[in-house]
Ligand binder design. Structure first.
Ligand code: AMP
Ligand code: MG
Length: 386
């Protein structure tokens, strides 16, 4: 079959786009695999997902095993629309949840709702709620329709690693575990969905993501509440929020401004580290000017990363383009590894729109290695640290 590539394990990598008949055949095959309890990786508009039949506990167990995902981190159930999330899946739909689904689905918004009786405990991590989303990517839509069942799908990476935005990333992390990988090229959004809990009022923001919080709040007419742990000031975080996440192999430091960044860069270059500098273009230039260091710039979209010199610059795009920062973030973190970097120096991006999701991922990748810049330090009191 055209577009088929054999893999290291049982898995098969199918490039879509060879033709409408080939694509339809690949989707039928993928749907049948899901119905039989298989694992199918597929593109969504946010990141690539690792899909299994959400109503089949054995199939769901394979997701956790393949990813090395902790059992207390629940999965998002992907549906073709509200109709597929009937009372067996979502016990009831509060009116506000219906309105949000009408307004933002298909799209990068996940709604946490009361779980119906057919959702296995493993999907919910034992919680009484289930997270559901209707993805906008045509391949994701066609796949769920072909499967004829809701599809549980976390990001298709090994747990803790940067999420996959290209089929190559999925294959590198999970190839031997997959029954099928559907490849439709790089994803458009690049960060995971926004997750909100609509069982509470006002709804709680559990994870900023591909749908900007500002748009949600405008539609709701209220500000979203912070996640429970932050609201109570407690140490115990909400499910899925407590692990180092999105992280490349090399330790990450997140610098709040160019001065802080330049300080780290000087020290690391003196130590002989191989540094990957990640940030928006103007900030990368400012840090390089301050240190006088010479970097090799890697173009993320055109060129695969290769082992490079002691300093590479991974450009997330101009400051005014948060959409590009989101699209390039995980690619940049993976490129840092591919280049053999021993340190990643991330520079904070503006925290508006998609910038909130990008900063959330960078903070988790840095896992405590955040150094606020002077300006940020000054207004850090009361700051939203999502
Ligand atoms: P991922 O599949 O890696 O994109 O992560 C899905 C995230 O959705 C989890 O890490 C949780 O933060 C959130 N989530 C999924 N299901 C629930 C739920 N029932 N209650 C609260 N949060 C959830
Ligand atoms: Mg994930």
């Amino acid at each position: 079959m055209d577009g088929l590539r054999g893999g290291a394990g049982e898995g098969v990598w199918v490039r879509l786009g060879a033709g409408p008949e080939e694509d339809a055949a690949a989707l039928r095959r993928a749907g049948a695999l899901l119905r039989r309890g298989g694992l199918v990786a597929f593109p969504t508009e946010t990141v690539y997902g690792l899909g299994a039949d959400a109503l089949n506990p054995q199939a769901v167990a394979r997701i956790f095993a393949a990813k090395g995902r902790p059992a207390d981190n629940p999965l998002i159930v992907h549906v073709t629309g509200v109709e597929q999330a009937g009372p067996e899946v979502v016990a009831h739909w509060p009116p506000v949840a219906r309105r949000l689904a009408e307004r933002f689905w298909p799209g990068p918004l996940t709604l946490v709702l009361p779980a119906g009786p057919r959702v296995p405990a493993a999907v919910r991590a034992g919680l009484p709620t289930v997270a559901v989303r209707c993805p906008a990517h045509p391949v994701a839509q066609a796949l769920i329709a072909a499967a004829g069942t809701p599809v549980a799908a976390p990001s298709a990476n090994r747990s803790g690693r940067p999420s996959p935005t290209r089929a190559e990333d999925v294959w590198a992390d999970l190839g031997p575990h997959l029954d099928l990988l559907l490849d439709a090229g790089p994803v458009p959004v690049g960060v995971e969905s926004t997750v909100i809990d609509v069982t509470a009022w006002p709804p709680r923001l559990l994870r900023p993501g591909g749908l900007p919080v500002e748009e949600l709040e405008a539609a709701l007419g209220v500000s979203l509440a912070p996640p429970p742990a932050l609201a109570q000031g407690a140490a115990a975080p909400a499910p899925g929020m407590k692990y180092r996440h999105y992280a490349p192999e090399a330790p990450v430091v997140l610098a709040g401004d160019a001065d802080q960044g330049a300080g780290f860069l000087r020290r690391w270059l003196e130590e002989g580290q191989r540094v990957a500098l990640v940030g928006c273009r103007e900030d990368l230039e400012a840090v390089l000017r301050r240190t006088g260091a010479d970097a090799r710039w890697l173009a993320l979209e055109d060129e695969p990363a290769r082992p490079a010199g002691p300093l590479i610059a991974l450009d997330l795009g101009p400051r005014a383009r948060p959409d590009l920062h989101a699209r390039r973030l995980f690619r940049a973190l993976r490129a840092a590894d591919a280049a053999g970097s021993t340190r990643v120096l991330a520079l904070a991006v503006p925290e508006e729109g998609l910038g909130r999701a990008v900063m959330n991922r960078l903070r988790k990748a840095a896992a405590g290695g955040e150094v606020p810049g002077r300006e940020r330090e000054a207004r850090a009191e009361g700051r939203d640290r999502l």
